[in-house]
Design a protein around this ligand. Structure first.
Ligand code: APR
Length: 241
């Protein structure tokens, strides 16, 4: 374990009230949710189509039944709980140190752990709406059951997530930029920083305390002021609030 790195991280957090966290699928792997690009990640499992294709707007329009087969088997995992990383971030917010969690994840685990300010860049599978009339639907309408969920109007009900080929919510992106631009400490964790525009947010950080906590190397390691290649749950369990 990177003892010195964790001591530095603790020293920085102790003296700050303006920490912002930006994370990805690696934050939820310790809750049992596979990430996308690690060796055993979602994108390396056997499917009739590549998952990046299934999780796209055009595929959803073309074959909603196959989309929902993938969605219910791979995106909806019953009984998952927040882990030490989620809980520590909620504690840091409660202690007035962390101002926002910005996440690429769609699993709702940050809110389940108690985080209040959570910016979901890619939406959430815990919200749904009709793709025709946009009527909101409870997550039960899409995450359980079989077949293609239909609205009263006959339209296909879809999850409130950003599929490939779809734009991100500009208001959420602009709010995320504001938090990152003003952050004293930006902690990035559990993300390969492979997917834009989310990964591009890192460029708005202007401070000198950019922390990367990720099992594998990322294209931004050389920009970071502190890099810890360890499990984020392990590292965060040693942060004293
Ligand atoms: N602790 C720290 N890092 C971890 C852990 C862990 N316990 N588990 C996995 N990781 C790291 C992996 O090494 C990997 O670099 O987390 C990263 C996860 O990267 P990806 O699987 O690419 O997930 P993410 O970066 O969130 O993907 C971004 O891509 O497919 C789209 O919309 C999808 O939001 C997703 C986006």
């Amino acid at each position: 374990m990177d003892i010195q790195g964790i001591k530095t991280l603790n020293d920085w957090i102790r003296d700050s009230d303006n920490v912002v966290f930006f994370g990805g699928a690696g934050v939820s792997t310790e809750s049992g949710i596979p990430d996308f690009r690690s060796v055993d990640g979602l994108y390396h499992q056997k499917w009739s189509y590549p998952p990046e294709e299934i999780l796209s707007h055009s595929f959803f329009e073309r074959d909603p039944a196959e989309y929902y087969r993938f969605h219910r088997e791979k995106l909806v995992l019953d009984g998952v709980q927040p882990n030490r990383a989620h809980r520590k971030l909620a504690e840091l917010e409660e202690a007035g140190k962390l101002r926002a969690v910005i996440t690429q994840n769609i699993d709702g685990l940050h809110q389940a752990a108690g985080s209040k300010k959570v910016l979901e860049l890619h939406g959430s599978i815990l919200r749904a709406y009709c793709s025709r009339c946009r009527k909101p639907w409870p997550e039960e309408a899409i995450n359980h059951g079989t077949g293609i969920p239909r609205c009263d109007c006959g339209g296909v009900i879809r999850p409130d997530i950003v599929l490939y080929e779809e734009p991100l919510d500009q208001d959420i992106m602009e709010e995320a930029v504001r938090y990152i631009r003003n952050a004293e400490i930006l902690i990035i964790g559990g993300t390969s920083l492979n997917v834009y525009p989310a990964a591009g947010l890192i460029r708005y950080y202007r401070g000198n305390k950019l922390v990367l906590v990720n099992l594998s190397e990322t294209p931004y390691d050389s920009y970071a002021n502190l890099v810890i290649h360890e499990k984020i749950g392990e590292v965060f369990s040693q942060i004293t609030v």
